[in-house]
Each structure stands twice: as C-alpha cells, then as structure tokens.
Design a protein around this ligand. Structure first.
Ligand SMILES: NC(=O)c1ccc[n+]([C@@H]2O[C@H](COP(=O)([O-])OP(=O)(O)OC[C@H]3O[C@@H](n4cnc5c(N)ncnc54)[C@H](O)[C@@H]3O)[C@@H](O)[C@H]2O)c1
Length: 325
C-alpha cells in the first residue's frame, strides 16, 4: 500500500503551482515564480479537451506552468447553433498552444469532435506516438443551452447529452488505455468537468443538468474501474465561470428566470444578471475567473492528490455551501 501522507516536497511543489497560477492571473511572468523545472507535474503529459478557450485554456496553461507537456483537443467549430454561444475558432486553439509553448512546454493541438470515437482514438495514438505517453486527462469539453423540456425536439436533447456525457465518456475510453499503459505502479489522473447544475435541477436546462449529473455517475464508476491501475478519477464542479459559455444574453436571461425575476422567454442584460449573481454568491463575485479554477485541477493532477478518487471539487464562490452534503 502506498503511504497516504503527502511528503513535504509534494506539498511544497503544489503550493508553488498555486503561486504560479495566481501570478499568471495577475499578468506577471509565472515562470519567474515557479518554473516548470520544479513544478508538481514535471515530466508529465496532459490531455485537455475543450482547450481552445475558457476553463480548458486556463487549465492547459496552469498544467504547463506546473511542468506538463500538453495535448490540446477542441472541435474549434459550432456544435449547437441554438445555444447563443459563439463557437471557438482554430485561432483560439493556436493561442492556447502559443501560451503553453511560452512556458517552455511541448504542445500538440488536435482539432477533433469528441463525439467522434474513431477520430478520438486516432488523436490518442498520435499523442502516444509524438509525446511518448499520457499521464493526465482533463475531460472538460462541453456545451450548454436552455429550452423548456416540453418544447424540446430530439436534437435539443441529443446534442447536449451526446456532446457532454457521451463525449466525456469517449475521452476516457479513448485516452484511458494510454494512462493504463503508462501507469504501471500508478499515478494516472483523470479529472472530468461537471457543474453545479449536475447536482441540482436547472430551470429550462434539463438536458444540460442530466448530462452533467450523468458525468458524476460516470466519474464515480470510472474511479472504481481504474483504481486497480493506480489511476484516480475526480470531478471539477465549476460555479458560474467567466467564459464565452456564460457571457451572452440567453444565459443572462436564464439567471434572471431562475431567480424568479423574469418569465421564461424574456430578454435580460448583463448588468441585471450581475446584480443577481453577486447577491446570490457568498463570496460576492458575479463570474469566477477561469484562472481561479485551474489550481484545483492542478492539485487533482498532482502526486499530492494520489489518495483522492471518486470525489467532486467545487469552485463556486461559496454557492456549494447551499447544497446538502
Ligand atoms: N463557464 C461556466 O460557468 C461553467 C460552469 C459549470 C461547468 N462548465 C463546464 O466547463 C466546461 C468548459 O466550459 P467553458 O465555460 O470553458 O466553455 P467554453 O465554451 O469557453 O469552452 C468549451 C470548449 O469546449 C469545446 N467543445 C465543445 N464541444 C466539443 C466537442 N464535441 N469536441 C471538442 N471540443 C468541444 C468548445 O469548442 C470550446 O472551446 C464545459 O464542460 C462546461 O459545461 C462551465
């Protein structure tokens, strides 16, 4: 049995990663604070899905600052034209690659739809060949849109379930075998992205909620199945994060509808949504920065988290304090 007490070195390097992420958020040169040479993920290869922007980009950069080489996966195209969310573009993925390389790490960007299992397996084979193996998977890509359940057509339902739930399972099925192969004595890490909306019902968001609730069941099942290989599987639970997924009119309207301030289907603007969000968030922030999410994922990917598996980790500005245990 491995010792479950993190050693001082691990604690020190994790703290260094936290400093690096905080420094990056402030715009200073993170390499000066804690370079990859002494980061907690040095020598590791990490796959990040949804890497073109948002949470995926912030985590890819934080992983690189912690010393990992990065395989960035993204569709870089429209997934759901009904969502009101601007699609990511190929230039967005290239920019993530530029940031990773600026931290001195290797980068392999692959444009692929995570619903396409054969293409995802090809991506895994390429990562294995070009970077020599995979240690960490952050299965994060996802979409969100809102529609009352009784008004949905088949595509409204399937697009979110296929993309979020099946896509996340596909990522584990495609990249998991490389983690098993590399693991040997253990050390593989999988972190999936769910949502607070995967822990409670969501007004006009049943397909999203169901997909994210399903991801928690997927994570816990994978944690049981992969434990014999020393691979841990955990879930990140973001609150409302400042990314293109949340910064558009439909999302502002949903915030106000859920707070009982607007009937379904009426428009809303950012300022009104901001006031409601600040009031409803214990730490009094409207939208959390992706850079405030990333250090938690770095920790879950590190040796210090080797006895953590099957668990959910909230970064919600305190909103999670309202949930049952
Ligand atoms: N932003 C939030 O408030 C929030 C809250 C809870 C959970 N989440 C989850 O966090 C994850 C990241 O969201 P974000 O806020 O960074 O959004 P985002 O839209 O900025 O980034 C998501 C990325 O995933 C990519 N993607 C979507 N479908 C894909 C597919 N089929 N194949 C490959 N790539 C695909 C997109 O192109 C995009 O670049 C999502 O799973 C989302 O559901 C976000």
């Amino acid at each position: 049995m491995p010792d479950s007490t993190p050693d001082p070195l691990t604690r020190r390097t994790f703290l260094a990663a936290g400093v690096a992420a905080a420094t990056a958020a402030s715009g200073a040169n993170p390499a000066a604070a804690a370079g990859p040479a002494d980061g907690p993920l040095r020598g590791k290869v990490a796959v990040v899905t949804g890497a073109a922007r948002g949470i995926g980009r912030a985590v890819a950069v934080a992983f690189a600052q912690a010393g990992a080489d990065i395989v960035g996966i993204d569709i870089c195209a429209e997934v759901d034209q009904r969502s009101g969310v601007e699609p990511a573009r190929p230039e967005d993925l290239e920019e993530t690659g530029r940031l990773v390389q600026a931290d001195g790490r290797r980068w392999l960007g692959i444009t692929v739809d995570q619903r396409d299992m054969p293409k995802l397996r090809e991506a895994a084979a390429r990562a294995q060949r070009d970077l020599g193996g995979i240690d960490i998977l952050f299965a994060n890509a996802g979409i969100q849109s809102f529609k009352p359940l009784l008004e949905m057509d088949d595509a409204d339902w399937h697009t979110q379930i296929d993309n979020n739930l099946t896509g996340t399972a596909n990522a584990i099925r495609a990249f998991g075998p490389s983690l098993v192969k590399r693991g040997g004595g253990g050390g593989g890490r999988i972190i999936v992205t769910t949502s607070t909306q995967g822990q409670h019902g969501t007004l006009n968001g049943s397909a999203y909620s169901a997909s994210k609730w399903g991801i928690i069941g997927l994570m816990k099942s994978a944690a049981l199945e992969l434990a014999p290989y020393g691979i841990t599987v955990n879930a990140l639970v973001p609150g409302l994060i400042d990314t293109p997924l949340t910064r558009h009119e439909e999302r502002y309207a949903q915030v106000l509808q859920a707070a009982g301030r607007r009937p379904t289907g009426t428009p809303a603007d950012e300022e009104e949504a901001r006031k409601v969000l600040i009031t409803g968030t214990p730490l009094r922030v409207p939208w959390i920065k992706p850079e405030d999410v990333a250090p938690v994922v770095v920790f879950l990917a590190s040796d210090g988290a080797r006895m953590v598996s099957g668990a959910t980790f909230d970064v919600t500005g305190g909103v999670g304090a309202n949930n049952a245990a």
